[in-house]
Design a protein around this ligand. Structure first.
Ligand code: ATP
Length: 205
């Protein structure tokens, strides 16, 4: 479903990777690994169309992603280093806006339920700038519960989460893969799955 051929990325004069080939089918977790600076974030941003590779092709359902444009972005949920959470807005408002931007119609009751599942009962109506770092991250992660996108691209999603939130995120990832979704992620920890495939890609030789 997601296929990369002969991808090459440079940052300045530094060649991060070249000739990168891989394909990921539904029901698969692709764990991208490599040392600090090996290009993991650059690869994930390339997959999302946020960074332009020097050469190579990224295809989704057989079509080049640059040609699919919006049709690809609708199928994609990207979770980057920045939470993408607006501090002046409440958790409810943030998730409502995120869903609208993703092109999803989501009922408010589903947003309240997502925030409850992620452990934010009682914090739904506070401006998110009043939440702790971990709580802000939980608001952002609630997007995973609400999203209908088949492709999740998650860059270090476990950072700043406590044990309970780590367990929940592992469960969400496992459920997504079990429902034939694709997860591409970078993390320094192992992620267990109850069903589906785990594949590994190592950057940096
Ligand atoms: N905006 C930028 N301009 C120039 N070089 C950059 C830029 N962003 C990243 N780089 C360089 O590209 C290389 C790869 O960075 P990238 O963030 O993709 O690595 P990473 O494997 O995700 O690292 P980490 O594990 O530390 O998060 C690094 O050497 C970094 O210095």
């Amino acid at each position: 479903m997601l296929a990369v051929t002969q991808l090459q990325c440079k940052r300045g004069d530094r060649l991060l990777f070249s000739g990168l080939d891989f394909a990921v089918a539904g029901g698969t977790l692709l764990h991208v690994r490599g040392a600090n600076g090996s290009g993991k974030t650059t690869l994930l941003r390339s997959l999302c169309g946020l960074f332009t590779p020097d050469s190579g092709e990224i295809r989704w359902k057989g079509e080049p992603t640059r040609r699919l444009g919006e049709d690809y972005r609708r199928d994609l949920l990207y979770f980057g280093h920045l939470n993408g959470i607006k501090g002046d807005l409440t958790g409810i408002e943030n998730l409502r806006i995120a869903a609208t931007l993703d092109g999803d119609r989501v009922e408010d009751s589903a947003i309240w339920a997502a925030l409850a599942r992620i452990g934010l009962v009682g914090f739904e109506d506070l401006p998110t700038r009043m939440l702790s770092q971990g709580q802000k991250k939980r608001v952002a992660l609630a997007r995973l519960i609400l999203s209908k996108a088949p492709l999740w691209i998650l860059d270090e999603p476990f950072t700043a989460l406590d044990v309970g939130a780590v367990d929940l995120l592992e469960t969400l990832i496992a459920e997504h893969v079990a429902h034939a979704g694709i997860v591409v992620l970078t993390t320094h920890q192992e992620v267990g799955l109850t069903s589906g495939q785990v594949e590994r890609l190592h950057l940096g030789g």
